[in-house]
Design a protein around this ligand. Sequence first.
Ligand code: DQA
Length: 147
Amino acid sequence: KSVLILNGPNLNLLGTRQPEVYGAETLAMVEESCRQHGVKLGIDVACHQSNHEGALLDMIHAAKGTHDGIILNAGAYTHTSVALMDAIYSVDLPAVEVHLSNIHARESFRQTSYISKAVIGQICGFGSFGYLMAMDALVQHCARSSG
Ligand code: DQA
């Protein structure tokens, strides 16, 4: 089994970007924790980040046939991108939405997620641990749906 972990705009700045909101870990550190967790779970982990909506769309499209599931933190595109929602619907792969912060406790414009409509579920508010929770959730989901 293989999972694609995709991070969107501004998440390359983790560690220095509003650490009081998003934590002190860099994206490289978060991705390394995911890879280590992947070893424990016995799954392959591929991590990518882009600030470009189109590049994120291309990576979601390419996941079909390559990966068994997607973990997506779409950053601010979460709240704006019908295209990313459609891409997740299009590839028909199980996906989990992750946010470091609790988007429901923040500004009202962050409380709407287009991504949520196309995923199994959303994990937010637990910082980088949310990615590991999402990996567990995907593995459970795939085990259940393959009987
Ligand atoms: C975020 C929440 C978004 O509202 C914000 O635009 C981000 C990060 C999070 O991980 O908490 O860039 O997705």
